[in-house]
Every structure is written in structure tokens, then in C-alpha cells.
Design a protein. Structure first.
Length: 681
């Protein structure tokens, strides 16, 4: 590389021009395309080959194509859940924004407080949905500002003005379009007169300013900004929308009293991140005819704990659920299984238990054929997979019944779908008292609650409650009073009697006599209770006891945590400490020390590890130069250019260490930097 000639080469940065490369032509202009990106069907960069690389490449590509097709359908369902999760709240907010009474109401700015939770507030999904509603409305301008763009009042006003004046439809060729601000007299870039002129020219009815991560704004800056906007309220129709992660009371404490008096606020409560997470998890694991893979208890708990502990967005949870599928789950007829697949199937623990059961049942011929005849094994594989799939679907229908009953029966115990799912996949529901407790609760339900329960459960497959619903409906239609019917198991109307015999006090409970309608209702309730208990007992199973459950349930004991909950810092530290593990090069293979063939950033990191808390940059440069520079390079003709090249690598590597957050500038000494992170700590 050739350096630029010049008398002054004491600058802190050098520019190098590649001597062997030709001048680069200007790249073609990038056009805007459809935001929906199709999933690539190439398997090489995504799926590793199984069986230590012995898997056929075509089979690996087939697995990836199958994954792409199945995940595309699943992702669409999850995205629909995200859209519908806060659809009701979005409708209320849009009705609030459409209200034509915005403007001067006792010199107050119309504001909306959306309590969306931390994950939803930081993701900005609410304002994105609102913006889509007003995309075709030319009389409305919507912008979103972040705390990082508003360190002070002038910068906040400048950011708002630039966002509003630059927003608008772009032309088809994506050429530079002169903004509206160029048509107005030259003003300071934080002068709200620019917005006033724009409102007059475009006849804007409202300017909606959305404050994302509202709690992170500086309280003084936010109060001054509200005060400044209120001064222009008679000329500019401002509407403020705050997304609040904590509570309205805590957010009000951030604002000054004057700022609070200037706001005419309406509170909207969106669904919490926990509720949205449960809806997403329910969509991803609920019974479905097209479902071919289920998450096991370990992977499910890891995903849910990761989401709870790190408070990531709901869309991040959707991304974390993508996993490549097994080649067996779409049917053995569509793919030719190799000999390695056959060996893997016969090595499954569930298959070994199945063989032992056949031996106990004295079906020796069938067990022998499954172990010796590959064709016989493949012929029986699809039928056994279908049985396991049906059992899993039946268990999840039972979980849906438990969820519905608990939501209507018990006000204290409102189990979420994710909690029930993890318990069921772990086998905790098989021997639990959940069915007995549910039965006792159902027997005591009054008729008004029972009719709601039957209407919710009537759509569950293989659970026949239509006859009970019809009988209860006819019974309630004949009832003359508005009092709900009660069962014989209801103890709310029982009375306590005290009897004294021979100076002994005896306490006893007595029930009031049941009416004819109550007795008929009791028969219906007993029938419903029997049907529910039989359904739950039949469908709640332990997944690990099902044949070939390892094929359909994703729950690996090894590498599951590394895949679903990776540690990026540990991976980065390992890559910088031993780069040959990732580069697989011969020049530094097996080398654990400092070698000149290693990447410059890796060398700098290893020197950084050996340094103290305060690092002298000059000493670091001397050590770096001693490693990378060949012996006697000062005497060569290109020695100066080589040193400049090494110095550029040194500066770039130091900048990368600073970008990784390993070092920062020191206030004590200008030529020193401070170590911020230590390896492994």
C-alpha cells in the first residue's frame, strides 16, 4: 500500500491508497424494494451436516427447505399475534387522536400516556402500528424521538423540526428532494416558526410527537420542551404520546408542576410484556394439525427465563424460537433415510424401551424385525410418529381445558399457558392433584359460570360437551327467577346447627333442600365433571415415555443453552485469545503465544490482558511493533512505509478495543488508557 506523500507525517491518522487496485466505479444506485425478504434456501451457511459430516448434502438442503417452509407459516401466525395483541389499545389511541377537539383547551396540550411495559416501550411497536394507520393521511405528521437525541432543549427542538420537515412521501426514483424548510425564510434550526410555516402550507391538522422510553428523558429537558411547545399551541396542533414502562404516577414525578398543568392527559393501558409473551408462546406450542415440532421442558424454560431476565422485546422472542427441524418429522416417504439415520433411530432411548415392552408382551418376532430389518423399521416408523404426534396434540388440548377452567373457576390461581406447558412437558401433571382440585371446583360452580365454561370448552376436539350445553340452556330457559342454580355440592347455603345433649355441645352442618331445577342442574354438573376427568386422565401423558419422542420434541441436554442463550462476551474473548480456533489457518495453528501472523486486534487483546489497570499507549505500541515488524526492517527501502502500515493497524485495533468497551480514556494521564474489563470477570 502506498501512503499519500506530504511533508507533514506527524498526524494521528494516515490515509492509504491501494497501489495494485483499480479505481472503483460508482456503485449502482440502491433502490427501495419490498420489505418482505424471502428466506434463502441455501443450506451451507446455516445447517451443519449431521453424523460428523457424513450426511448427504442434498438431505441437508432438504432439511433447510423444510425448515423455511414450516417456519414461514409459523412466523406469520406469531406476527399476527403481535399485531392483534394491542389492537384494542391501538384502536382507542387512534380514536383519541382523531378527536377534533385537539388544540387550545385552557392552554393545555393533548397528551396520551400508554403504559406498555418495558419491553414494549423500548421496541416502539405501538407507534409503528399507529403510524401505519395514518400512513395515507396527509393531514397528520407522526414522529418518534429518543432520549439520546434530546440532551438539551435546543437539540430536542432541532430533532423534532428535522424529523417533521424531512418526513413525507419519496419520489419513485429515490432522488434527493428539497425539503419544505428550503421554501421558508432562513431561521434557526430550532425555531418552531419553521413548523408553523409548514402547518400553514400543508394544512396539517395534527402533529403527533411520540416519546419513546419516556422515563429515560432528562426531567428538566422534558419539562422545558413541554413548556416551549405549549407556547405555540395556538398555531401548531401538537399532540403528545408518551410510552411509559413503569407507571403514570412515577412518570409524573419527573415533570415539573408547570409542565403537568400544561398537559391534558388520557391514560391507555396496553397489554404487559408478560401477557404478550404468553400469547406468543401459546401460539408457538398450541395444538395444530400442521405442527411437527414441540419444545421440550428444558428449552422452553430456558427461552422463558431468558426473556424474563433480560427483558428483551417480543419480536426478539419470536426470533429466538427459530430452530432447524429433523428430517423425520415430515414423513419418511418424502426422503430416503440413510444407514446413519437407521442406526440413530435404533439408538434412541424410547425405541429401546419400545423393544423391551414388545419382549415383555412376548412379541419376539416383531422386536426382531425392528432390530434387523431396515425396511420393516421404516414401514413402522411413520405410524409410530403419527401416534406420538396425536398423543402430544391430545395433551395440549387437555392443557387448554385446564387453562380455561382455571381462568373461570379460581380467581387466585390463574395459571398461564407457559406454566402449564412446562409442567406438562416435564411430566409434573401426570401424578399431580390438578385433576382432583379441578373436579372439586367444577362441582361447586353456579349455573351462570357453568354456562360460560361450557361455551368455552365446546370447541375443544374430542371433548363432547354439546349435549350438556344444550340441556343446561333448556333448563335455564325454563327458570323463572334470576337466581343462579346451585348444585348439591355447593356449601354456600349450608347452615351450622348446635345441639346440647347431656351438657355436651355438638356442631353439625345441614344443607337446605334442593329444588327440582337445582337437582336437574346437579345431574348436568356431575355429567360434565365425569367427562372432564375422563378427558384429562386420558390425554395427560409424560412425553418422554412416548415412542420416538426425541424426533418430535426439541429438548437437547447438550448445547441447548449455548444455542438458545449464548454468551457473546465469552465467545469474543475466546476468539481474540485463540484466533486459530476460528481461522483454521496453518500459519499459527496450535500457537498459544503472540505470533505476527495473528490478526492485529487479537495481538492487541493479548497485550491488553498482560497489562495493568493503567496502560501506557506508547509502551503498547512498542510491544506491538516488536511483534509484527520483521528484523532489520529499518534498513529496507520500504521500512518507513511498513512502519506507517503497522501504525495504522495499531490505531485500528486500539479503536476496536475501545468499541468493545475494554478500554477508555484516562483523565489522570493523557497518554494512558484505563482497562475497563478483565478476561473472565
Amino acid at each position: 500500500m502506498d501512503s499519500l506523500d506530504g511533508p507533514d507525517n506527524s498526524e494521528a491518522c494516515y490515509i492509504f491508497v491501494p497501489s495494485s487496485s483499480e479505481p472503483l466505479s460508482r456503485s449502482a444506485k440502491r433502490r427501495k424494494i419490498d420489505g418482505h425478504r424471502s428466506v434463502s434456501t441455501s443450506a451451507e451457511p446455516f445447517l451443519p451436516e449431521l453424523f460428523d459430516g457424513r450426511e448427504d448434502k442434498e438431505l441437508a438442503k432438504y432439511r433447510y427447505r423444510m425448515y423455511s417452509d414450516l417456519w414461514a407459516a409459523q412466523e406469520k401466525k406469531l406476527q399476527d399475534v403481535l399485531i392483534e395483541a394491542n389492537a384494542e389499545t391501538i384502536d382507542h389511541v387512534c380514536e383519541f387522536l382523531d378527536d377534533q377537539t385537539h388544540g387550545v383547551v385552557q392552554d393545555q396540550i393533548t397528551a396520551g400516556f400508554i403504559t406498555a411495559g418495558l419491553a414494549t416501550s423500548s421496541s416502539g411497536s405501538t407507534i409503528s402500528s399507529i403510524s401505519e394507520r395514518y400512513q395515507a393521511d396527509s393531514s397528520t405528521s407522526i414522529i418518534s424521538i429518543l432520549p439520546s437525541k434530546c440532551p438539551n432543549l435546543k437539540t430536542a427542538l432541532k430533532s423534532i423540526i428535522q424529523s417533521i420537515t424531512s418526513s413525507g412521501p419519496e419520489d419513485a426514483d429515490d432522488e434527493d428532494v428539497t425539503g419544505p424548510s428550503s421554501k421558508f425564510p432562513r431561521l434557526l434550526n430550532y425555531d418552531l416558526q419553521i413548523l408553523h410555516d409548514m402547518v400553514t402550507q400543508k394544512s396539517l391538522k395534527r402533529i403527533i410527537i411520540h416519546f419513546q422510553e419516556s422515563e429515560a428523558f432528562d426531567s428538566l429537558v422534558l419539562s422545558d420542551l413541554i413548556d416551549a411547545l405549549s407556547c405555540w399551541l395556538d398555531r401548531i396542533p401538537f399532540v403528545l404520546v408518551f410510552e411509559i414502562a413503569t407507571s403514570v404516577e412515577l412518570f409524573q414525578e419527573k415533570l415539573s408542576r408547570r409542565a403537568l398543568r400544561l398537559l391534558r392527559a388520557t391514560v391507555f393501558e396496553a397489554k404487559s410484556s408478560t401477557q404478550i409473551l404468553d400469547l406468543l408462546f401459546r401460539c408457538a406450542t398450541s395444538p395444530d394439525k400442521s405442527r411437527f415440532l414441540w419444545l421440550g421442558p428444558n428449552s422452553s424454560k430456558l427461552l422463558l427465563d431468558r426473556q424474563t431476565e433480560h427483558i428483551q422485546s417480543a419480536r426478539g422472542f419470536v426470533t429466538a424460537m427459530q430452530n432447524p427441524l429433523s428430517a423425520l418429522i415430515c414423513g419418511v416417504d418424502e426422503v430416503s433415510l440413510s444407514e446413519d439415520h437407521i442406526k440413530a433411530i435404533r439408538g434412541l432411548p424410547s425405541f429401546k424401551r419400545y423393544i423391551n415392552d414388545l419382549m415383555d408382551e412376548e412379541e419376539h418376532a416383531k422386536a426382531s424385525n425392528l432390530l434387523k430389518d431396515d425396511k420393516f423399521l421404516i414401514d413402522n416408523l411413520e405410524a409410530r410418529l403419527q401416534e406420538t404426534r396425536s398423543s402430544l396434540n391430545g395433551m395440549f388440548y387437555a392443557l387448554e381445558v385446564l387453562r380455561i377452567v382455571y381462568s373461570l373457576v379460581s380467581s387466585k390461581t390463574n395459571l398461564t399457558w407457559s406454566t402449564l406447558y412446562v409442567k406438562a412437558m416435564s411430566g409434573d401433571l401426570v401424578e399431580s392433584t390438578a385433576i382432583r382440585e379441578l373436579s372439586l371446583s367444577v362441582k361447586k360452580l353456579p349455573s351462570d359460570t357453568m354456562i360460560k365454561l361450557l361455551e368455552a370448552l365446546v370447541y375443544i376436539p374430542t371433548l363432547d360437551l354439546r349435549d350438556a350445553l344444550s340441556k343446561l340452556g333448556n333448563l335455564l330457559a325454563k327458570q323463572s327467577s334470576s337466581r343462579p342454580l346451585r348444585t348439591e355440592h355447593d356449601t354456600s347455603d349450608s347452615t351450622l346447627q348446635t345441639t346440647v345433649i347431656a351438657q355436651r355441645v355438638t356442631l353439625s352442618k345441614s344443607k337446605s333442600a334442593l329444588s327440582v331445577q337445582d337437582a336437574a342442574y346437579s345431574k348436568i354438573v356431575n355429567s360434565v365433571d365425569l367427562t372432564l376427568r375422563e378427558f384429562l386422565t386420558r390425554n395427560i401423558v409424560f412425553p418422554r415415555e412416548l415412542i420416538f419422542n426425541e424426533v418430535l420434541v426439541f429438548d437437547p441436554k447438550s448445547s441447548c443453552r449455548d444455542v438458545l442463550g449464548p454468551s457473546p462476551r465469552q465467545a469474543v474473548e475466546h476468539a481474540l485469545s485463540m484466533p486459530h480456533d476460528y481461522l483454521a489457518c496453518e500459519c499459527c495453528e496450535g500457537g498459544n503465544g503472540l505470533q505476527p501472523t495473528q490478526p492485529a486486534t487479537a495481538l492487541m487483546y493479548q497485550l491488553f490482558i498482560e497489562s495493568g489497570a493503567l496502560i501506557n499507549v506508547a509502551d503498547m505500541w512498542t510491544a506491538f511493533q516488536a511483534i509484527v515488524a520483521p528484523e532489520g526492517y529499518e534498513e529496507d527501502a520500504d521500512g518507513e512505509a511498513l512502519q506507517l502500515n503497522h501504525q495504522a493497524l495499531f490505531f485500528r485495533s486500539f479503536a476496536e478495543l475501545k468499541y468493545l468497551g475494554l478500554v477508555r480514556s484516562s483523565r489522570k494521564k493523557a497518554d494512558h488508557v484505563m482497562k475497563v474489563r478483565w478476561k473472565g470477570l
